[in-house]
Design a protein around this ligand. Structure first.
Ligand SMILES: CCCCCCCC/C=C\CCCCCCCC(=O)SCCNC(=O)CCNC(=O)[C@H](O)C(C)(C)COP(=O)(O)OP(=O)(O)OC[C@H]1O[C@@H](n2cnc3c(N)ncnc32)[C@H](O)[C@@H]1OP(=O)(O)O
Ligand SMILES: NC(=O)C1=CN([C@@H]2O[C@H](COP(=O)(O)OP(=O)(O)OC[C@H]3O[C@@H](n4cnc5c(N)ncnc54)[C@H](OP(=O)(O)O)[C@@H]3O)[C@@H](O)[C@H]2O)C=CC1
Length: 515
């Protein structure tokens, strides 16, 4: 039987979401580990004044592709950008491109989605559900299609505590919802969204659940696989440790904590933090593509791609390792020393939000105003609180996923493929991974130079000294106010001072005697 790289040799692969976080890693891995792949067709839209060609060529210049570039400087010849806007009818692909894709595509990876938690329902439905439906329609016309892999999320069914590798009945019939929202005014849709999404926390998980059902409904004769990653984090090993390029999920939280901005967050110390490195997800996705095409399972397989049941690590441990990593490798120009704590208690968290977020922000903004600058800290904190409120649902509880298909797939691989497309998370050393993750946020998200670390450490020492001075002044000030106003405080003060005095005299007398 063909190995994974042998299978992809000579194949034409269609990828949606190829410019996104996971899509880029997928493109890179295919080019590097399956060098005989024929062509990668990326469905890309023009964005922010850049043509799709420009976007793809910029993407290929990214550091992520350094290793591929070394192996094959002409790798860009294998990438074919196809103009497409997934929210438009027919995915806005030109008739010529449709014809071309229908004639040659062998395998589809559908990664595109809106992953925003605050996406208006109509848009999330259009992109996550309708675009999936349209892509499946296109796939049905492809004459040589061997597999269709849909990327979902392990949290599509987060309203359940135990999540099996099956497609659950949808909360609503997608077709009916699409019809309903078509004529509805945006304001009304916004008002009824909480009722519609019910016990799910956001439109993202809701529409991803609907998308899975659409995939099942529209499957027809296609060979389909569904990959459900949990919280996708920086790379573990490939193409190099710690690669990450965005603020999504925990990355933004880590950065905010490393910069000393985030000091408190609601999370359950003992809940499993189901992070999964992006390279693990992509290796499993490519293996799932191979398995779906070669073995053609009778029913579509769902792969829960998670770590919690295999190699669990908890939010409390994450907090500890993130903090100690940022103390060893500080971020530049931190606002305060990194010292974030997680708590599940609402009141304790509110207290620290007030004392450690709002109060310093107010003070700093006051300082900016007094020095003729524009205040900004309160605005940053408001944005941070908004983001954190949306994430806390996932950090305050845990879930159990069945990941038997992940094991089954691993057992199907040759020993060589198990190394090249490693998704065995039992080998993951969490402290080392978190350290590389934090360094990755510094290097690749914030574009900070590692050679500036001594200056960053010096800055943290300065912040510590400012804090000590501030705390001392504060204590002296409070005490001074107390003494001025209360007889009891004055008595205590005289008592303590005379005690110190007596102790000093005793010490001096005894040291004169011994001499
Ligand atoms: C000390 C450690 C303690 C440990 C505790 C850690 C707890 C971690 C907790 C729980 C993680 C669980 C996560 C569950 C995941 C589920 C899995 C999946 O299936 S999907 C993937 C998940 N998807 C998202 O993560 C989208 C979340 N993001 C959003 O929905 C939006 O970005 C939102 C609402 C948070 C903000 O929206 P806006 O409109 O205010 O801002 P905008 O346009 O997105 O970004 C503006 C700027 O802010 C940065 N930014 C975005 N998110 C940030 C963040 N979280 N922290 C800091 N900056 C952030 C952006 O890069 C951007 O910067 P520029 O203006 O371009 O320079
Ligand atoms: N990141 C995570 O933690 C997790 C992600 N997932 C799933 O993995 C998949 C990939 O996620 P991720 O890479 O993180 O997401 P990103 O937001 O980084 O990437 C999304 C991709 O979709 C494309 N896209 C969005 N809207 C359109 C549109 N209208 N037309 C064409 N393309 C569009 C984006 O293109 P453009 O560059 O033009 O914006 C981008 O390439 C998603 O299906 C997500 O649900 C699952 C679990 C966790």
């Amino acid at each position: 039987m063909a190995s994974i790289a042998e299978y992809y040799a000579g194949k034409n692969v269609l990828i949606t979401g190829g410019t996104g976080f996971m899509g880029k890693v997928l493109v890179e891995k295919l080019l590097r580990s399956c060098p005989e792949v024929k062509a990668l067709f990326l469905l890309v839209r023009p964005k922010a004044g850049q043509s799709m060609q420009q976007r793809v060529s910029d993407m290929m210049k990214c550091k992520l592709f350094d290793r591929v570039r070394e192996d094959n400087p002409d790798f860009h010849q294998k990438i074919v950008a196809v103009s497409s806007e997934l929210t438009q009818p027919g995915l806005a692909i030109s008739p010529e491109d449709v014809e071309r894709l229908n004639a040659c595509v062998n395998i589809v990876f559908h990664c595109a989605a809106t992953i925003r938690f605050d996406e208006p329902l109509k848009h999330a439905l259009q992109l996550n559900v309708l675009a999936t439906q349209q892509l499946l329609g296109l796939a049905h016309q492809m004459q040589h299609l061997e597999a269709f892999i849909h990327i979902s999320t392990a949290y599509a069914n987060c309203n359940r505590k135990y999540i099996d590798e099956v497609i659950y009945p949808p909360p609503v019939e997608p077709k009916k919802l699409i019809e309903l929202l078509e004529w509805m005014d945006d304001g009304i849709v916004r008002d009824i969204t909480p009722r519609l999404i019910g016990d799910r926390p956001n439109t993202y998980t809701y529409t991803k659940a609907l998308a899975e059902y659409v995939v099942q409904q529209e499957q027809g004769k296609l060979n389909i696989g569904i990959v459900r990653p949990s919280i996708v984090g920086a790379s573990w090993q490939e193409p190099f440790p710690g690669w990450i390029d965005n603020f999504n999920g925990p990355s933004g939280v880590f950065i905010a904590a490393g910069k000393g901005i985030l000091r408190t967050m609601r999370a359950n110390n003992d809940a499993v933090a189901d992070l999964i490195p992006v390279d693990v997800v992509i290796n499993l996705t490519l293996a799932a593509g191979w398995h779906t095409a070669v073995h053609r399972p009778k029913t579509s397989l769902v792969y829960n791609c998670t770590t919690g049941g295999i190699n669990p690590f908890r939010w409390g441990e994450i907090e500890h390792h993130v903090m100690s990593s940022f103390k060893r490798n500080p971020l530049d120009q931190a606002f305060r020393r990194p010292n974030a704590n997680i708590t599940s208690n609402y009141l304790i968290n509110q207290y620290w939000v007030l004392v450690s977020h709002k109060f310093p922000a107010l003070l700093y903004d006051l300082f900016l105003r007094l020095t003729g600058q524009k205040p900004q800290m309160m605005r940053i904190f408001n944005r941070l609180h908004k983001a954190i409120n949306l994430l806390e649902y996932f950090s305050r509880q845990d879930w159990e996923w069945n990941s038997e298909n992940m094991n089954m797939l691993m057992n199907q691989l040759t020993p060589e493929d198990r190394k090249t497309f490693n998704f065995d998370v039992r080998q993951l050393n969490w402290p080392e991974y978190i350290e590389n993750y934090c360094i990755g946020t510094k290097k690749y998200v914030l574009n900070e130079d590692m050679s500036d670390i001594p200056a960053a450490r010096q800055h943290l020492r300065k912040l510590r000294n400012i804090r000590y001075t501030f705390n001392t002044l504060l204590v002296v000030f409070i005490w001074r106010v107390f003494i001025a106003r209360s007889q009891m405080a004055r008595n205590i003060w005289y008592f303590v001072v005379s005690l110190c005095f007596k102790f000093l005299s005793y010490f001096r007398a005894s040291s004169t005697l011994t001499n």
